[in-house]
Design a protein around this ligand. Structure first.
Ligand code: VL7
Length: 132
């Protein structure tokens, strides 16, 4: 069994968040988002996961079952319009991997725990952001 990702995790580093966001949102929003200290709250109830990204500006929550496709409304993330992606989260070894199929190419993320820290790699259109 992979280590549990559950808990409340406060950001200690955020590399190339700007690059990742360029594919998604306006310069104005990027400027705000770049200054945020993000917190992840990850819960598991049975086979359902809930991942909350919490900040002083906006919050964003997804919930899903591993291996079951779901529609993700990226409200509050991608601009003013309600956009959606078809998402699928699976375990790849110790890593929880999400593929987000939609208007943007090569979009997704990977979570794992290493040295008691929660790691997140976000990717979109060739840009990779690394958060711990
Ligand atoms: C979610 C934001 C930039 C918009 C506002 C900043 C508000 C707080 O997909 C993500 O997390 C996954 C994996 O943990 C689970 O949903 C990343 C935050 C990235 C992308 C777009 C910035 C506007 C940030 C919600």
């Amino acid at each position: 069994m992979p280590v549990s990702l559950c808990g409340t995790w406060d950001m200690i580093s955020n590399v190339n968040f700007e690059g990742y966001m360029i594919a998604l949102i306006s310069p104005y929003l990027r400027k705000i988002a770049l200054r945020l200290k993000l917190r992840k709250v990850i819960e598991q109830r049975g086979d359902q996961y809930i991942i909350k990204t919490v900040s002083a500006f906006r919050n964003y929550t997804i919930s899903f079952r591993v291996g079951q496709e779901f529609v993700e409304y990226t409200q509050g993330l991608d601009n003013r319009h309600v956009k959606s992606v078809q998402s699928l989260v699976t375990w790849e070894g110790n890593k929880l991997v999400c593929e987000q199929i939609g208007e943007k190419k090569n979009r997704g993320w990977t979570h794992w725990v290493e040295d008691d820290k929660l790691h997140l790699e976000l990717h979109c259109e060739g840009e990779i952001c690394k958060q711990v």
